[in-house]
Design a protein around this ligand. Structure first.
Ligand SMILES: [Zn+2]
Length: 287
């Protein structure tokens, strides 16, 4: 599959129009009990200023919580907030996430990073190939062009992030899991061994799992059971917002990227297109 800049731009123009329309004409409302989980991927340095603009926008409107607050949000009846809660998550464990961290640290924001141990453990010279083969086969060269855009965060990088209050979670062992093609043994390696490799490398306990690509394809019943048996939280690719003390094993997220202009960002924070996901989410719940 080749990256098509025309389709990419058209898609963004349409989303921007809907985003501005929803924000300024209809208005987007959230309840103070809601939790919004943003999911970013690559965060190249050249978009730091744009990312900071997004953070400033969010900071005024949401109660940005730390991964450590998830325990209270999901399991403690005393959770109260005067704004909807929001948490930052980053998938795939790219080195360039350190650029985003440098912005988040200005505002004392702690984030959650989902890791692929085989990416981290592959030889530095092979990491770009691993990334393109297993994680992101379609590259937009206007966005990702620096070595750090194709390199994994190292274990020492991650130890430093954890010492600063950030958290990490599992994102499968090799970012290669399609439920219908996977045996129970392979799914166990991807979901369960992923956790033990990270725990051993970092000397911490892992509670969070994040499914890859499209949860509806990467997680079937056997994978769902493995996740439930081994983790406390399952961050999915289903878009939406979350309700307190409900479904810590089906956490919906909103995909956003650091290079997105505000119209597309408003679209992602909106609720207009969510209805079309209800059927898929209910199918997943019934597995
Ligand atoms: Zn991923």
């Amino acid at each position: 599959m080749k990256y098509n800049p025309k389709i990419h731009k058209l898609n963004h123009v349409c989303k921007s129009i809907i985003g501005y329309f929803e924000k300024f004409i209809c208005g987007i409302t959230y309840s103070n009990n809601e939790l919004i989980v943003l999911n970013y991927h690559s965060t190249p340095k050249k978009f730091n200023a744009n990312f900071e603009k997004q953070v400033l926008y969010l900071k005024d409107r949401f109660n940005i919580i730390s991964p450590a607050d998830l325990e209270r949000y999901y399991f403690d009846s005393s959770w109260k907030s005067n704004k909807p809660a929001l948490i930052f998550s980053f998938d795939d464990g790219l080195k360039n996430n350190l650029n985003a961290v440098s912005v988040l640290e200005k505002f004392n924001i702690k984030a959650l990073f989902f890791l692929v141990p085989n990416f981290i453990n592959s030889e530095k010279n092979n990491q770009k190939e691993f990334y393109i083969t297993n994680i992101r086969p379609v590259i937009n060269k206007e966005i990702d062009s620096e070595p750090d855009d194709f390199t994994a965060l190292s274990w020492p990088d991650l130890k430093l992030l954890i010492s600063k209050g950030h958290e990490v979670g599992a994102h499968t062992l090799s970012h290669n899991l399609i439920a219908q093609n996977s045996t129970l043994q392979n799914s166990t390696i991807e979901i369960v061994n992923c956790k033990s490799v990270i725990e051993k490398a970092l000397g911490i306990k892992i509670n969070s799992f994040c499914s890859i690509n499209n949860t509806a394809l990467s997680v079937a019943k056997k994978e769902k059971l493995l996740i439930e048996e081994n983790y406390k939280y399952h961050f999915t690719t289903f878009p939406g917002f979350n309700a307190k003390r409900k479904d810590s094993m089906l956490i919906k997220r909103r995909n956003v990227e650091s290079y997105w202009l505000m119209g597309v960002f408003y679209f992602a924070l909106g609720k207009m297109d969510l209805y079309r996901w209800n059927k898929k989410i209910n199918t997943y719940k019934d597995l």
